[in-house]
Design a protein around this ligand. Structure first.
Ligand code: ADP
Ligand code: ADP
Length: 214
């Protein structure tokens, strides 16, 4: 079972991905996490990606699509894949269709997490992350046991540089102009389910589990 998690920034894709990979014994491929790891490790890709990410723009497709194939080709055949943050525009979606076909694979479900804009802003402004593991917290909705410290590894949590008000506005604009068209793209293929993301993480996860049983 190969799944795409779709939704605006801050919808809860990463939060739900963490639960889903355990449930399905799947491998998560998060392009945002891959970019942040590259930035942290000062790689050439990280340096290029950072220019776009901090402005809230999409990293160019030619830098993004190959990353996904590199990650996907490392996954054992029998494992499910969970794509989080990819595809983000029509070009990426078409490249994904083509590349999956070449590999005799397919996307089985696209889970569209729907959240209103005021909720997004509140979630993103309180988000804290562990860049090494990608684990996500929220200062109010999902606080760590000790402020600023990851419960699991004891590492420091940070606020992402692109979680500023200005970059978030830009990211929402990018989502509305380039990513939201994918809802229709996958609906036409008959594999889209839309979930109400403005509930607790457990309630959202329940809806996702139910949609996968169908
Ligand atoms: P969020 O879910 O909060 O939008 P992500 O971690 O998915 O955050 O992405 C952070 C940033 O990384 C995006 O704003 C964009 O600059 C870049 N990025 C992530 N995935 C992609 C992608 N598929 N194509 C282009 N840029 C991407
Ligand atoms: P995305 O990957 O879509 O950008 P995240 O999973 O990083 O979203 O979630 C954004 C922020 O909102 C994080 O701080 C996370 O802890 C918090 N969050 C996620 N889901 C919920 C929810 N259902 N209710 C309240 N807060 C949530």
């Amino acid at each position: 079972m190969n799944i795409i998690l779709l939704g605006p920034p801050g919808a809860g894709k990463g939060t739900q991905a963490e639960r889903l990979i355990k449930q399905l014994n799947a491998v998560q491929i998060s392009t945002g996490d891959i970019f942040r790891t590259n930035i942290k490790n000062n790689t050439p890709l990280g340096a290029k990606a950072k220019e776009y990410i901090n402005k809230g723009q999409l990293v160019p497709d030619e830098l993004t699509i190959d990353l996904v194939w590199d990650a996907l080709d490392k996954v054992e055949d029998e494992k499910s894949v969970l794509l989080d943050g990819f595809p983000r525009n029509i070009t990426q979606a078409e490249a994904l269709d083509e590349g999956m076909q070449k590999r005799d694979k397919k996307i089985d479900k696209v889970i569209n997490i729907n959240v209103p804009e005021d909720v997004i802003i509140e979630r993103i402004s309180g988000r804290r992350v562990n860049v090494s593991t990608g684990k996500v917290y929220h200062i109010k909705f999902n606080p760590p046991k000790v402020e600023g410290i990851d419960d699991e590894t004891g590492e420091k949590l940070i606020q992402r540089e692109d979680d500023t008000e200005k970059a978030v506005k830009q990211r929402l604009d990018v989502y509305n102009k380039q990513t939201s068209v994918l809802i229709d793209y996958y609906d036409k293929k008959g594999i889209l389910v839309t979930i109400d993301g403005a509930k607790t993480p457990d309630e959202v996860f329940d809806q996702i589990k139910k949609s996968l049983e169908k």
